[in-house]
Design a protein around this ligand. Structure first.
Ligand code: ATP
Ligand code: MG
Ligand code: MG
Ligand code: MG
Length: 566
Protein backbone atom coordinates (compact mmCIF):
# COMPACT_ATOMS: atom_id res chain seq x y z
CA UNK A 1 0.00 0.00 0.00
CA UNK A 2 1.07 3.54 -0.65
CA UNK A 3 0.71 6.23 1.96
CA UNK A 4 -1.20 8.28 -0.60
CA UNK A 5 -3.93 5.61 -0.26
CA UNK A 6 -3.79 5.36 3.53
CA UNK A 7 -5.09 7.72 6.16
CA UNK A 8 -1.95 8.71 8.05
CA UNK A 9 -3.45 10.24 11.16
CA UNK A 10 -0.35 10.68 13.30
CA UNK A 11 -0.19 13.45 15.86
CA UNK A 12 2.62 14.82 17.94
CA UNK A 13 0.60 15.92 20.94
CA UNK A 14 -0.21 13.45 23.68
CA UNK A 15 -3.91 13.74 24.49
CA UNK A 16 -4.35 14.83 28.07
CA UNK A 17 -6.90 12.20 29.02
CA UNK A 18 -4.76 9.29 27.82
CA UNK A 19 -2.87 8.07 30.88
CA UNK A 20 -1.43 4.75 29.77
CA UNK A 21 1.15 4.49 27.02
CA UNK A 22 -0.87 2.21 24.73
CA UNK A 23 -3.80 4.64 24.76
CA UNK A 24 -1.47 7.55 23.99
CA UNK A 25 0.29 5.71 21.19
CA UNK A 26 -2.88 4.33 19.64
CA UNK A 27 -4.17 7.88 19.36
CA UNK A 28 -0.87 9.37 18.26
CA UNK A 29 -0.10 6.69 15.67
CA UNK A 30 -3.58 7.08 14.23
CA UNK A 31 -5.02 3.66 15.11
CA UNK A 32 -8.12 4.87 16.94
CA UNK A 33 -10.15 7.98 17.63
CA UNK A 34 -12.44 8.56 20.56
CA UNK A 35 -16.13 9.00 19.81
CA UNK A 36 -17.56 9.17 23.33
CA UNK A 37 -16.70 7.61 26.69
CA UNK A 38 -15.51 4.07 26.03
CA UNK A 39 -16.42 4.20 22.33
CA UNK A 40 -13.76 4.30 19.62
CA UNK A 41 -13.50 4.56 15.87
CA UNK A 42 -10.87 2.22 14.50
CA UNK A 43 -8.94 3.92 11.70
CA UNK A 44 -7.52 1.98 8.71
CA UNK A 45 -4.12 1.36 10.31
CA UNK A 46 -5.74 0.10 13.51
CA UNK A 47 -8.11 -2.17 11.62
CA UNK A 48 -5.16 -3.86 9.91
CA UNK A 49 -3.70 -4.78 13.32
CA UNK A 50 -7.07 -5.87 14.64
CA UNK A 51 -7.59 -8.18 11.65
CA UNK A 52 -4.16 -9.74 12.22
CA UNK A 53 -5.06 -10.56 15.81
CA UNK A 54 -8.45 -11.88 14.75
CA UNK A 55 -6.86 -14.05 12.09
CA UNK A 56 -4.47 -15.71 14.53
CA UNK A 57 -7.32 -16.30 16.96
CA UNK A 58 -9.51 -17.70 14.18
CA UNK A 59 -6.80 -20.03 12.88
CA UNK A 60 -6.09 -21.48 16.30
CA UNK A 61 -9.76 -21.84 17.18
CA UNK A 62 -10.39 -23.64 13.89
CA UNK A 63 -7.34 -25.83 14.50
CA UNK A 64 -8.77 -26.81 17.89
CA UNK A 65 -11.94 -28.02 16.20
CA UNK A 66 -14.21 -25.14 17.22
CA UNK A 67 -16.85 -23.93 14.73
CA UNK A 68 -17.43 -20.29 13.92
CA UNK A 69 -20.89 -18.80 14.39
CA UNK A 70 -22.15 -15.22 14.59
CA UNK A 71 -24.76 -14.24 17.15
CA UNK A 72 -26.66 -10.95 17.39
CA UNK A 73 -25.38 -8.06 19.49
CA UNK A 74 -28.95 -7.41 20.61
CA UNK A 75 -30.30 -9.99 23.04
CA UNK A 76 -33.86 -10.49 24.34
CA UNK A 77 -34.08 -9.95 28.09
CA UNK A 78 -36.34 -12.98 28.46
CA UNK A 79 -33.29 -15.21 28.14
CA UNK A 80 -31.53 -13.29 30.88
CA UNK A 81 -34.61 -13.67 33.01
CA UNK A 82 -34.58 -17.39 32.34
CA UNK A 83 -30.93 -17.84 33.27
CA UNK A 84 -31.42 -15.81 36.43
CA UNK A 85 -28.69 -13.36 35.49
CA UNK A 86 -30.95 -10.37 34.88
CA UNK A 87 -30.70 -9.39 38.53
CA UNK A 88 -27.11 -10.48 39.12
CA UNK A 89 -25.42 -8.81 36.20
CA UNK A 90 -26.03 -5.24 37.28
CA UNK A 91 -25.87 -2.02 35.27
CA UNK A 92 -23.02 -3.18 33.02
CA UNK A 93 -25.90 -4.72 31.06
CA UNK A 94 -27.27 -1.93 28.88
CA UNK A 95 -31.00 -2.50 28.54
CA UNK A 96 -33.57 -0.90 26.28
CA UNK A 97 -37.01 -1.44 24.86
CA UNK A 98 -38.02 -1.80 21.27
CA UNK A 99 -41.13 -0.09 19.80
CA UNK A 100 -43.31 -2.93 21.11
CA UNK A 101 -42.00 -2.44 24.65
CA UNK A 102 -40.07 -5.70 24.58
CA UNK A 103 -36.95 -5.66 26.70
CA UNK A 104 -33.55 -6.11 25.08
CA UNK A 105 -29.93 -5.71 26.05
CA UNK A 106 -26.69 -5.15 24.22
CA UNK A 107 -24.78 -8.38 24.69
CA UNK A 108 -21.92 -8.20 27.20
CA UNK A 109 -21.35 -11.97 26.72
CA UNK A 110 -23.37 -14.73 25.05
CA UNK A 111 -23.94 -17.69 27.41
CA UNK A 112 -27.73 -17.31 27.28
CA UNK A 113 -27.88 -16.97 23.51
CA UNK A 114 -25.63 -19.93 22.72
CA UNK A 115 -27.38 -22.13 25.29
CA UNK A 116 -30.71 -21.26 23.70
CA UNK A 117 -29.29 -22.11 20.28
CA UNK A 118 -27.87 -25.39 21.52
CA UNK A 119 -31.05 -26.50 23.28
CA UNK A 120 -32.86 -26.07 19.97
CA UNK A 121 -30.24 -27.58 17.69
CA UNK A 122 -28.43 -30.32 19.60
CA UNK A 123 -30.55 -33.40 20.19
CA UNK A 124 -28.21 -36.31 20.73
CA UNK A 125 -25.07 -37.10 22.68
CA UNK A 126 -23.65 -38.21 19.33
CA UNK A 127 -23.29 -34.55 18.34
CA UNK A 128 -21.10 -33.89 21.37
CA UNK A 129 -18.72 -32.50 22.33
CA UNK A 130 -19.24 -29.35 20.34
CA UNK A 131 -17.52 -25.98 20.56
CA UNK A 132 -18.85 -22.79 18.96
CA UNK A 133 -17.02 -19.49 18.74
CA UNK A 134 -17.55 -16.03 17.34
CA UNK A 135 -15.48 -12.89 16.98
CA UNK A 136 -17.96 -10.17 17.67
CA UNK A 137 -18.78 -6.85 19.25
CA UNK A 138 -19.69 -6.79 22.93
CA UNK A 139 -21.08 -3.96 24.98
CA UNK A 140 -20.53 -3.50 28.69
CA UNK A 141 -21.59 -0.27 30.30
CA UNK A 142 -18.39 -0.09 32.34
CA UNK A 143 -18.77 2.38 35.18
CA UNK A 144 -15.43 3.94 34.37
CA UNK A 145 -14.21 3.18 30.87
CA UNK A 146 -10.49 3.93 30.79
CA UNK A 147 -7.12 3.23 29.21
CA UNK A 148 -8.53 3.48 25.68
CA UNK A 149 -9.58 0.17 24.15
CA UNK A 150 -8.16 -1.67 27.15
CA UNK A 151 -11.35 -0.98 29.11
CA UNK A 152 -13.86 0.36 26.65
CA UNK A 153 -17.61 -0.02 26.66
CA UNK A 154 -17.84 -1.45 23.16
CA UNK A 155 -15.13 -3.96 22.31
CA UNK A 156 -14.47 -7.04 20.24
CA UNK A 157 -14.30 -10.38 21.96
CA UNK A 158 -13.67 -13.85 20.72
CA UNK A 159 -16.05 -15.90 22.79
CA UNK A 160 -16.39 -19.67 22.58
CA UNK A 161 -18.81 -22.03 24.29
CA UNK A 162 -18.43 -25.79 24.47
CA UNK A 163 -21.06 -28.40 25.37
CA UNK A 164 -20.51 -31.88 26.75
CA UNK A 165 -22.18 -34.95 28.07
CA UNK A 166 -19.90 -35.21 31.07
CA UNK A 167 -17.20 -33.52 33.12
CA UNK A 168 -14.35 -35.50 31.59
CA UNK A 169 -15.25 -34.32 28.14
CA UNK A 170 -15.50 -30.73 29.42
CA UNK A 171 -12.08 -31.05 31.03
CA UNK A 172 -10.63 -32.33 27.76
CA UNK A 173 -11.95 -29.41 25.70
CA UNK A 174 -10.93 -27.01 28.47
CA UNK A 175 -7.38 -28.37 28.26
CA UNK A 176 -7.45 -28.00 24.48
CA UNK A 177 -8.58 -24.39 24.84
CA UNK A 178 -5.83 -23.82 27.38
CA UNK A 179 -3.32 -25.04 24.79
CA UNK A 180 -4.94 -23.03 21.99
CA UNK A 181 -4.72 -19.87 24.12
CA UNK A 182 -1.05 -20.51 24.76
CA UNK A 183 -0.49 -20.86 21.03
CA UNK A 184 -2.49 -17.71 20.25
CA UNK A 185 -0.66 -15.44 22.67
CA UNK A 186 2.72 -16.95 21.77
CA UNK A 187 2.08 -16.42 18.07
CA UNK A 188 1.06 -12.81 18.69
CA UNK A 189 4.38 -12.38 20.44
CA UNK A 190 3.24 -11.47 23.93
CA UNK A 191 4.95 -12.05 27.26
CA UNK A 192 2.02 -13.63 29.09
CA UNK A 193 1.13 -16.00 31.91
CA UNK A 194 -1.81 -18.31 32.37
CA UNK A 195 -2.95 -17.98 35.98
CA UNK A 196 -5.55 -19.72 38.10
CA UNK A 197 -8.56 -17.49 38.48
CA UNK A 198 -11.67 -16.98 40.47
CA UNK A 199 -14.85 -17.75 38.57
CA UNK A 200 -16.54 -14.54 39.76
CA UNK A 201 -20.22 -13.98 39.13
CA UNK A 202 -20.33 -16.48 36.29
CA UNK A 203 -20.06 -19.51 38.58
CA UNK A 204 -18.54 -22.93 37.98
CA UNK A 205 -15.23 -24.41 39.14
CA UNK A 206 -12.18 -24.50 36.88
CA UNK A 207 -10.94 -21.22 35.52
CA UNK A 208 -7.75 -19.68 34.17
CA UNK A 209 -6.99 -16.16 33.08
CA UNK A 210 -4.30 -15.25 30.59
CA UNK A 211 -2.43 -12.14 31.61
CA UNK A 212 -0.05 -9.99 29.63
CA UNK A 213 2.56 -8.85 32.11
CA UNK A 214 2.67 -5.06 32.20
CA UNK A 215 2.88 -2.41 34.89
CA UNK A 216 -0.27 -0.76 33.63
CA UNK A 217 -2.27 -3.95 34.25
CA UNK A 218 -5.24 -3.69 36.55
CA UNK A 219 -4.86 -7.13 38.10
CA UNK A 220 -2.32 -8.44 40.58
CA UNK A 221 -0.81 -11.79 39.79
CA UNK A 222 0.78 -13.90 42.47
CA UNK A 223 3.60 -16.22 41.35
CA UNK A 224 5.61 -18.74 43.23
CA UNK A 225 9.35 -18.18 42.97
CA UNK A 226 9.93 -21.92 42.86
CA UNK A 227 7.04 -23.58 41.10
CA UNK A 228 4.55 -23.09 38.29
CA UNK A 229 2.01 -21.72 40.70
CA UNK A 230 0.47 -18.54 39.34
CA UNK A 231 -2.89 -17.16 40.38
CA UNK A 232 -4.83 -13.97 40.31
CA UNK A 233 -4.17 -12.44 43.73
CA UNK A 234 -7.86 -12.55 44.57
CA UNK A 235 -7.71 -16.32 44.19
CA UNK A 236 -4.30 -16.71 45.78
CA UNK A 237 -5.82 -15.00 48.80
CA UNK A 238 -8.55 -17.54 48.98
CA UNK A 239 -6.06 -20.40 48.66
CA UNK A 240 -3.54 -19.01 51.10
CA UNK A 241 -3.67 -20.16 54.67
CA UNK A 242 -4.84 -17.34 56.92
CA UNK A 243 -1.62 -16.06 58.36
CA UNK A 244 -1.04 -14.09 61.50
CA UNK A 245 -2.08 -10.50 60.90
CA UNK A 246 -1.39 -7.59 63.20
CA UNK A 247 -4.23 -6.90 65.58
CA UNK A 248 -6.53 -4.49 63.87
CA UNK A 249 -8.08 -2.73 66.79
CA UNK A 250 -4.97 -1.32 68.34
CA UNK A 251 -4.02 0.93 65.46
CA UNK A 252 -7.41 2.09 64.39
CA UNK A 253 -8.71 5.52 65.04
CA UNK A 254 -12.14 5.68 66.47
CA UNK A 255 -14.14 8.38 64.76
CA UNK A 256 -17.16 9.87 66.38
CA UNK A 257 -18.56 11.96 63.61
CA UNK A 258 -22.12 12.50 62.60
CA UNK A 259 -23.53 10.35 59.90
CA UNK A 260 -23.61 12.14 56.60
CA UNK A 261 -26.09 9.85 54.92
CA UNK A 262 -28.34 7.06 55.95
CA UNK A 263 -27.29 3.57 55.05
CA UNK A 264 -30.19 3.43 52.59
CA UNK A 265 -29.04 6.56 50.80
CA UNK A 266 -25.53 5.26 50.42
CA UNK A 267 -26.66 1.81 49.43
CA UNK A 268 -28.90 3.26 46.74
CA UNK A 269 -26.20 5.48 45.46
CA UNK A 270 -23.58 2.73 45.31
CA UNK A 271 -25.92 -0.18 44.80
CA UNK A 272 -24.36 -2.04 47.67
CA UNK A 273 -26.86 -4.19 49.49
CA UNK A 274 -27.92 -2.29 52.56
CA UNK A 275 -27.49 -5.28 54.79
CA UNK A 276 -23.81 -5.53 53.99
CA UNK A 277 -23.17 -2.02 55.26
CA UNK A 278 -22.67 -1.96 58.96
CA UNK A 279 -22.21 1.74 59.32
CA UNK A 280 -21.66 4.92 57.36
CA UNK A 281 -19.54 7.66 58.78
CA UNK A 282 -18.54 11.10 57.69
CA UNK A 283 -14.82 11.07 57.25
CA UNK A 284 -12.73 13.70 58.96
CA UNK A 285 -11.92 16.59 56.66
CA UNK A 286 -15.04 16.34 54.59
CA UNK A 287 -17.14 19.41 54.05
CA UNK A 288 -20.86 19.76 53.55
CA UNK A 289 -20.36 20.39 49.86
CA UNK A 290 -18.11 17.42 49.48
CA UNK A 291 -19.28 14.93 52.02
CA UNK A 292 -17.20 11.82 52.09
CA UNK A 293 -18.60 8.72 53.57
CA UNK A 294 -16.78 5.73 54.86
CA UNK A 295 -18.55 2.43 54.75
CA UNK A 296 -17.94 -0.36 57.13
CA UNK A 297 -18.80 -3.60 55.44
CA UNK A 298 -20.09 -6.38 57.61
CA UNK A 299 -18.38 -9.70 57.77
CA UNK A 300 -15.38 -11.38 56.32
CA UNK A 301 -15.24 -10.11 52.75
CA UNK A 302 -12.24 -9.23 50.69
CA UNK A 303 -12.47 -6.05 48.67
CA UNK A 304 -12.39 -8.15 45.57
CA UNK A 305 -15.44 -10.04 46.67
CA UNK A 306 -17.23 -6.79 47.17
CA UNK A 307 -15.96 -5.66 43.80
CA UNK A 308 -16.90 -8.91 42.13
CA UNK A 309 -20.60 -8.22 42.50
CA UNK A 310 -20.97 -10.96 45.06
CA UNK A 311 -22.35 -8.30 47.32
CA UNK A 312 -24.14 -6.61 44.45
CA UNK A 313 -21.62 -3.85 44.40
CA UNK A 314 -21.45 -2.73 40.84
CA UNK A 315 -19.03 0.11 41.20
CA UNK A 316 -16.28 -1.42 39.14
CA UNK A 317 -13.04 0.16 40.27
CA UNK A 318 -11.86 0.49 43.76
CA UNK A 319 -8.98 2.69 44.54
CA UNK A 320 -6.45 2.27 47.23
CA UNK A 321 -6.44 4.33 50.33
CA UNK A 322 -3.57 6.50 51.48
CA UNK A 323 -0.54 5.23 53.34
CA UNK A 324 -1.95 6.54 56.56
CA UNK A 325 -5.24 4.93 55.91
CA UNK A 326 -3.62 1.64 55.13
CA UNK A 327 -1.51 1.79 58.25
CA UNK A 328 -4.46 2.74 60.34
CA UNK A 329 -6.35 -0.27 59.15
CA UNK A 330 -3.63 -2.88 59.05
CA UNK A 331 -5.22 -6.23 59.56
CA UNK A 332 -8.42 -5.45 57.80
CA UNK A 333 -9.03 -4.67 54.19
CA UNK A 334 -9.06 -1.06 53.19
CA UNK A 335 -9.63 0.73 49.99
CA UNK A 336 -12.19 2.88 48.40
CA UNK A 337 -14.84 2.33 45.83
CA UNK A 338 -16.98 4.34 43.53
CA UNK A 339 -16.62 6.55 40.52
CA UNK A 340 -14.04 9.30 40.49
CA UNK A 341 -15.27 12.24 42.47
CA UNK A 342 -17.20 9.93 44.74
CA UNK A 343 -14.44 7.93 46.25
CA UNK A 344 -15.79 6.15 49.21
CA UNK A 345 -13.33 4.67 51.65
CA UNK A 346 -14.30 1.16 52.56
CA UNK A 347 -13.13 -0.69 55.58
CA UNK A 348 -13.71 -4.39 55.47
CA UNK A 349 -13.90 -6.44 58.59
CA UNK A 350 -11.58 -9.38 58.15
CA UNK A 351 -10.14 -9.95 61.55
CA UNK A 352 -12.24 -8.55 64.31
CA UNK A 353 -15.62 -9.98 65.12
CA UNK A 354 -17.21 -6.61 64.95
CA UNK A 355 -15.41 -3.76 63.30
CA UNK A 356 -18.41 -1.53 63.09
CA UNK A 357 -16.91 0.86 65.59
CA UNK A 358 -13.67 1.24 63.78
CA UNK A 359 -12.99 3.28 60.75
CA UNK A 360 -9.95 5.19 59.69
CA UNK A 361 -9.98 8.94 59.78
CA UNK A 362 -7.93 9.91 56.76
CA UNK A 363 -9.19 12.64 54.52
CA UNK A 364 -9.78 11.11 51.16
CA UNK A 365 -8.27 14.25 49.59
CA UNK A 366 -4.90 13.01 50.74
CA UNK A 367 -5.14 9.77 48.80
CA UNK A 368 -3.30 9.44 45.54
CA UNK A 369 -5.24 7.56 43.04
CA UNK A 370 -4.44 5.12 40.30
CA UNK A 371 -3.46 6.55 36.97
CA UNK A 372 -0.48 7.61 34.96
CA UNK A 373 1.45 9.19 37.76
CA UNK A 374 1.01 6.36 40.14
CA UNK A 375 4.27 5.17 41.56
CA UNK A 376 4.17 1.46 40.79
CA UNK A 377 6.46 0.35 43.57
CA UNK A 378 4.54 2.32 46.10
CA UNK A 379 1.39 0.74 44.80
CA UNK A 380 2.81 -2.75 44.99
CA UNK A 381 3.73 -2.14 48.60
CA UNK A 382 0.31 -0.80 49.39
CA UNK A 383 -1.31 -3.76 47.74
CA UNK A 384 0.94 -6.08 49.66
CA UNK A 385 -0.12 -4.37 52.84
CA UNK A 386 -3.82 -4.69 52.35
CA UNK A 387 -3.89 -8.21 51.01
CA UNK A 388 -3.71 -11.48 52.79
CA UNK A 389 -1.25 -12.61 50.17
CA UNK A 390 1.84 -10.46 50.15
CA UNK A 391 5.20 -10.56 48.49
CA UNK A 392 7.48 -12.98 50.29
CA UNK A 393 4.64 -15.02 51.79
CA UNK A 394 4.93 -18.77 51.39
CA UNK A 395 3.19 -19.82 48.17
CA UNK A 396 -0.17 -21.51 48.68
CA UNK A 397 1.20 -24.43 46.64
CA UNK A 398 3.74 -25.06 49.39
CA UNK A 399 6.79 -24.38 47.23
CA UNK A 400 8.63 -21.10 47.07
CA UNK A 401 7.66 -17.57 48.00
CA UNK A 402 5.08 -15.23 46.55
CA UNK A 403 6.08 -12.68 43.95
CA UNK A 404 3.43 -10.17 42.86
CA UNK A 405 3.25 -8.55 39.44
CA UNK A 406 0.72 -6.60 37.43
CA UNK A 407 -1.15 -8.20 34.56
CA UNK A 408 -3.62 -7.26 31.83
CA UNK A 409 -6.34 -9.89 31.49
CA UNK A 410 -6.47 -10.72 27.79
CA UNK A 411 -8.15 -14.11 28.01
CA UNK A 412 -10.30 -16.07 30.38
CA UNK A 413 -11.46 -19.69 30.26
CA UNK A 414 -14.11 -21.18 32.53
CA UNK A 415 -15.65 -24.53 33.29
CA UNK A 416 -19.21 -23.46 33.83
CA UNK A 417 -20.62 -26.89 34.57
CA UNK A 418 -24.39 -26.89 34.19
CA UNK A 419 -25.17 -23.41 35.49
CA UNK A 420 -26.71 -22.19 32.23
CA UNK A 421 -27.72 -25.48 30.69
CA UNK A 422 -29.75 -26.34 33.78
CA UNK A 423 -31.44 -22.97 34.03
CA UNK A 424 -32.27 -22.98 30.33
CA UNK A 425 -33.06 -26.69 30.07
CA UNK A 426 -30.37 -27.57 27.58
CA UNK A 427 -30.60 -31.37 27.56
CA UNK A 428 -29.70 -34.19 25.20
CA UNK A 429 -30.58 -37.85 25.00
CA UNK A 430 -27.73 -39.92 26.38
CA UNK A 431 -26.74 -43.46 25.35
CA UNK A 432 -29.60 -44.87 27.41
CA UNK A 433 -32.12 -42.55 25.76
CA UNK A 434 -32.40 -40.61 28.97
CA UNK A 435 -32.51 -36.84 28.99
CA UNK A 436 -29.34 -35.39 30.45
CA UNK A 437 -28.32 -31.80 31.27
CA UNK A 438 -25.30 -30.59 29.32
CA UNK A 439 -21.97 -29.60 30.79
CA UNK A 440 -20.63 -26.32 29.49
CA UNK A 441 -17.40 -24.34 29.19
CA UNK A 442 -16.78 -20.80 27.95
CA UNK A 443 -13.64 -19.18 26.63
CA UNK A 444 -13.06 -15.46 25.98
CA UNK A 445 -10.33 -13.35 24.44
CA UNK A 446 -10.44 -9.55 24.42
CA UNK A 447 -9.36 -9.03 20.83
CA UNK A 448 -9.30 -5.23 20.96
CA UNK A 449 -7.63 -5.31 24.39
CA UNK A 450 -4.88 -7.54 22.98
CA UNK A 451 -3.88 -4.76 20.56
CA UNK A 452 -3.39 -2.32 23.45
CA UNK A 453 -1.65 -4.93 25.60
CA UNK A 454 0.83 -5.64 22.79
CA UNK A 455 1.73 -1.95 22.73
CA UNK A 456 2.14 -1.82 26.50
CA UNK A 457 4.88 -4.42 26.07
CA UNK A 458 6.37 -3.18 22.81
CA UNK A 459 7.16 0.51 22.54
CA UNK A 460 9.91 3.05 23.06
CA UNK A 461 10.04 6.83 23.23
CA UNK A 462 9.58 7.06 19.47
CA UNK A 463 6.42 5.01 19.34
CA UNK A 464 5.04 1.53 18.84
CA UNK A 465 7.25 -1.46 17.99
CA UNK A 466 4.84 -4.04 16.57
CA UNK A 467 5.53 -7.72 17.10
CA UNK A 468 6.00 -9.03 13.55
CA UNK A 469 2.85 -11.19 13.63
CA UNK A 470 0.42 -8.31 14.15
CA UNK A 471 2.24 -5.42 12.48
CA UNK A 472 -0.06 -3.46 10.14
CA UNK A 473 2.76 -3.63 7.58
CA UNK A 474 5.95 -5.63 7.81
CA UNK A 475 8.14 -3.27 5.79
CA UNK A 476 8.12 0.42 4.97
CA UNK A 477 9.95 1.94 2.04
CA UNK A 478 11.07 5.51 2.56
CA UNK A 479 12.43 7.04 -0.66
CA UNK A 480 14.61 10.17 -0.39
CA UNK A 481 13.56 13.11 -2.55
CA UNK A 482 11.63 10.78 -4.81
CA UNK A 483 9.73 13.63 -6.33
CA UNK A 484 12.95 15.11 -7.59
CA UNK A 485 14.80 11.92 -8.46
CA UNK A 486 13.33 9.65 -11.14
CA UNK A 487 16.07 7.16 -10.33
CA UNK A 488 15.05 6.85 -6.67
CA UNK A 489 11.40 6.63 -7.69
CA UNK A 490 12.14 3.83 -10.13
CA UNK A 491 14.21 1.83 -7.62
CA UNK A 492 11.61 2.31 -4.89
CA UNK A 493 8.72 1.27 -7.15
CA UNK A 494 10.67 -1.79 -8.33
CA UNK A 495 11.47 -2.89 -4.77
CA UNK A 496 7.87 -2.26 -3.71
CA UNK A 497 6.61 -4.49 -6.52
CA UNK A 498 9.12 -7.24 -5.82
CA UNK A 499 8.41 -7.31 -2.09
CA UNK A 500 4.66 -7.24 -2.67
CA UNK A 501 4.96 -10.08 -5.16
CA UNK A 502 6.97 -12.02 -2.57
CA UNK A 503 3.91 -11.74 -0.29
CA UNK A 504 5.42 -9.15 2.05
CA UNK A 505 3.15 -6.36 3.28
CA UNK A 506 4.80 -3.08 2.39
CA UNK A 507 3.92 0.50 3.12
CA UNK A 508 5.46 2.75 0.47
CA UNK A 509 5.79 6.34 1.67
CA UNK A 510 5.12 8.26 -1.52
CA UNK A 511 4.24 11.52 0.23
CA UNK A 512 6.10 14.69 -0.63
CA UNK A 513 7.38 15.05 2.91
CA UNK A 514 10.72 15.79 4.46
CA UNK A 515 12.66 12.61 5.40
CA UNK A 516 12.44 13.49 9.09
CA UNK A 517 8.65 13.59 8.94
CA UNK A 518 8.51 10.24 7.17
CA UNK A 519 10.95 8.60 9.61
CA UNK A 520 9.03 9.89 12.60
CA UNK A 521 5.71 8.65 11.28
CA UNK A 522 7.03 5.20 10.41
CA UNK A 523 8.63 4.87 13.85
CA UNK A 524 5.53 6.08 15.63
CA UNK A 525 3.40 3.62 13.63
CA UNK A 526 5.85 0.88 14.60
CA UNK A 527 6.58 -0.74 11.22
CA UNK A 528 9.22 -3.43 11.98
CA UNK A 529 11.49 -3.07 8.93
CA UNK A 530 12.49 0.23 7.30
CA UNK A 531 14.20 0.52 3.93
CA UNK A 532 15.53 3.91 2.87
CA UNK A 533 16.34 4.45 -0.80
CA UNK A 534 18.45 7.44 -1.85
CA UNK A 535 20.74 8.58 -4.65
CA UNK A 536 23.90 8.00 -2.64
CA UNK A 537 23.03 4.42 -1.75
CA UNK A 538 22.01 3.65 -5.30
CA UNK A 539 25.42 4.89 -6.49
CA UNK A 540 26.93 2.11 -4.37
CA UNK A 541 24.22 -0.42 -5.27
CA UNK A 542 22.86 -0.35 -1.70
CA UNK A 543 19.69 0.21 0.30
CA UNK A 544 19.72 1.45 3.87
CA UNK A 545 18.01 -0.97 6.26
CA UNK A 546 16.97 -0.54 9.87
CA UNK A 547 14.89 -2.76 12.11
CA UNK A 548 12.57 -0.79 14.39
CA UNK A 549 14.54 -2.07 17.39
CA UNK A 550 17.98 -1.31 15.89
CA UNK A 551 19.96 1.68 17.06
CA UNK A 552 21.62 2.35 13.73
CA UNK A 553 20.83 1.63 10.08
CA UNK A 554 23.04 -0.60 7.95
CA UNK A 555 23.77 -0.59 4.20
CA UNK A 556 22.73 -3.75 2.39
CA UNK A 557 23.49 -4.64 -1.24
CA UNK A 558 20.58 -4.23 -3.64
CA UNK A 559 21.65 -7.50 -5.19
CA UNK A 560 19.94 -10.33 -3.29
CA UNK A 561 18.28 -7.86 -0.91
CA UNK A 562 14.92 -9.61 -0.75
CA UNK A 563 16.49 -12.95 0.13
CA UNK A 564 18.53 -11.21 2.79
CA UNK A 565 15.41 -9.56 4.22
CA UNK A 566 13.49 -12.82 4.35
P1 ATP B 1 -12.06 -7.38 33.49
O1 ATP B 1 -11.70 -8.17 34.72
O2 ATP B 1 -10.90 -6.72 32.84
O3 ATP B 1 -13.25 -6.48 33.70
P2 ATP B 1 -13.74 -9.50 32.72
O4 ATP B 1 -13.23 -10.56 33.64
O5 ATP B 1 -14.96 -8.76 33.12
O6 ATP B 1 -12.56 -8.46 32.40
P3 ATP B 1 -14.53 -11.54 30.85
O7 ATP B 1 -15.97 -11.58 31.16
O8 ATP B 1 -13.65 -12.61 31.37
O9 ATP B 1 -13.95 -10.10 31.25
O10 ATP B 1 -14.39 -11.38 29.25
C1 ATP B 1 -13.39 -12.01 28.45
C2 ATP B 1 -12.34 -11.03 27.99
O11 ATP B 1 -12.90 -9.85 27.40
C3 ATP B 1 -11.46 -10.48 29.10
O12 ATP B 1 -10.47 -11.41 29.44
C4 ATP B 1 -10.90 -9.22 28.47
O13 ATP B 1 -9.76 -9.53 27.68
C5 ATP B 1 -12.02 -8.76 27.56
N1 ATP B 1 -12.74 -7.61 28.14
C6 ATP B 1 -13.61 -7.63 29.18
N2 ATP B 1 -14.08 -6.40 29.43
C7 ATP B 1 -13.51 -5.57 28.54
C8 ATP B 1 -13.60 -4.18 28.28
N3 ATP B 1 -14.40 -3.40 28.99
N4 ATP B 1 -12.87 -3.66 27.26
C9 ATP B 1 -12.07 -4.45 26.51
N5 ATP B 1 -11.94 -5.77 26.70
C10 ATP B 1 -12.65 -6.34 27.70
MG1 MG C 1 -15.27 -6.84 33.83
MG1 MG D 1 -11.63 -10.19 35.22
MG1 MG E 1 -12.56 -12.44 33.18
Amino acid sequence: MKTSNLLIATTRETPADAVVISHQLMLRAGLIRSLAGGLYNWLPLGVRVLRKVEQIVREEMNRSGAQEVLMPVVQPLELWQESGRLQDYGPELLRFEDRHQRGFALGPTHEEIITDLVRNEIRSYKQLPINFYQIQTKFRDEIRPRFGVMRSREFIMKDAYSFHLDRDSLQQTYDEMYDAYNRIFSRIGLDFRPVQADTGSIGGDGSHEFHVLADSGEDDIAFSTESDFAANVELAEALAPRGERPAATAELTKVDTPKAFSIEEVSNCLQVKAKTIAKTLLVKGATEDAPIVALVIRGDHTLNEIKAEKLDLVAEPFELASDEEIKATAGCGAGSIGPVGLNIPVIVDRTAANMADFVCGANIEQVHYTGANWDRDAKATLIADIRNVVKGDPSPCGKGKIEIRRGIEVGHIFQLGNKYSKALNANVQNENSRSQVLEMGCYGIGVTRVVAAAIEQNHDDKGIIWPEAIAPFSVCIVPMQMHKSPRVKEAAEALYNELTTAGIEVLFDDRQERPGVMFNDMELMGIPHRIVIGERGLDKGEFEYKHRRDEKPQDIAQEGFIDWLK
